[in-house]
Design a protein around this ligand. Structure first.
Ligand code: AMP
Ligand code: MG
Length: 281
């Protein structure tokens, strides 16, 4: 009997090419958003995803018990790329007490009156916790660059400032993982159209989605520069093929599980000798 695809694929589903090497020039045209590795359909990934979810829950428990590290997950991508869906499907099974999600919207007047990293720094996870950034400080070199919301001289310094900020976080025990959810322009069209034709999804449609779509090429260019300048040894960028939601979920979950395993975490020694304990009636 032939082996099922999920039994024959390599352990790491993501092609190493999708982890951007520091300084590498990235042309997003070289990354097919519809790529699904060894899989053809969702059903083939279910068992594997279930196993990964179980591992993730255990690793999160260990992260919390040990409280030596925190994990910061950064999600970026074009409108409809699936940031919300990734949070729901990848993190849906973990203990909500150990996880905080922070959405980066248009900055408030208060936020704009500080340096651009202020709101990001305030939101980073404490030791033992997982923090998810739904958009992030990277907006300050993406939407800000595309629309010149600040002078070039200001945004052009931010790549280095971001690298330094993330390095500081890593040196202080935070694992930083950055996922660019890569969809095609056609896929975005389909997703926007399906939102428009489904009354339960109308609330999700914003005028800005349509407006920003017109700047697609400018965004792709801004993303390429971001990937080139801000994929570092301490905080690499992952390019995730995201046209197929089920494949996106599988790969992101796998990357997180593999990264947490590398921390080689241990349950802390008990503060009292539990072998001698008897529990009274
Ligand atoms: P959404 O995530 O779809 O709810 O939209 C949030 C909006 O806030 C997006 O259009 C972002 O581009 C925008 N946004 C986030 N951060 C910034 C920023 N630093 N400057 C300007 N716009 C931003
Ligand atoms: Mg939106």
């Amino acid at each position: 009997m032939p082996l099922k695809p999920d039994l024959i694929v390599k352990k790491m589903e993501l092609n190493p090419k999708n982890i951007v090497k520091p300084g590498d020039l990235v042309s997003l045209n070289d990354y097919p958003p519809e790529y699904t590795g060894a899989y053809e359909k969702k059903g083939q990934t279910k068992r594997r995803l279930k196993k990964l979810h179980k591992e993730l829950l255990e690793l999160q428990g260990l992260l919390y018990a040990e409280s030596q590290h925190s994990l910061l997950i950064i999600l970026q991508g074009m409108d409809t790329c699936g940031k919300d869906g990734t949070i729901r499907r990848v993190m849906g099974g973990i203990n909500v007490q150990g996880c905080d999600v922070f959405n980066f919207k248009v900055p408030t007047a208060d936020e704009l009156s500080r340096d651009f990293l202020w709101r990001a720094h305030k939101a980073v996870p404490s030791k033992g916790k997982i923090g998810i950034f739904n958009r992030s400080h990277y907006e300050d070199v993406l939407v800000v660059r595309v629309h010149n919301l600040v002078p070039e001289q200001v945004w052009s310094q931010r790549y280095q400032q971001i690298n330094d900020f993330e390095k500081m976080l890593v040196e202080n025990g935070t694992v930083v993982m950055k996922f660019y959810l890569h969809i095609s322009k056609d896929e975005q069209k389909e997703r926007l159209e399906s939102r428009i034709s489904d009354p339960t999804k109308h609330w999700k449609v914003e005028a800005s989605d349509i407006r920003e779509r017109a700047y697609w090429d400018n965004y792709m260019q801004a993303y390429e520069v971001m990937l080139q300048k801000c994929s570092t040894d301490w905080a690499p960028w992952y390019i995730i093929p995201a046209n197929k939601k089920w494949y996106r979920n599988l790969v992101v979950t796998e990357c997180i599980v593999e990264r947490l395993k590398k921390l080689d975490m241990k349950y802390p020694e008990p503060s009292i000798d539990v072998t001698d304990l008897t529990i009274g009636d």
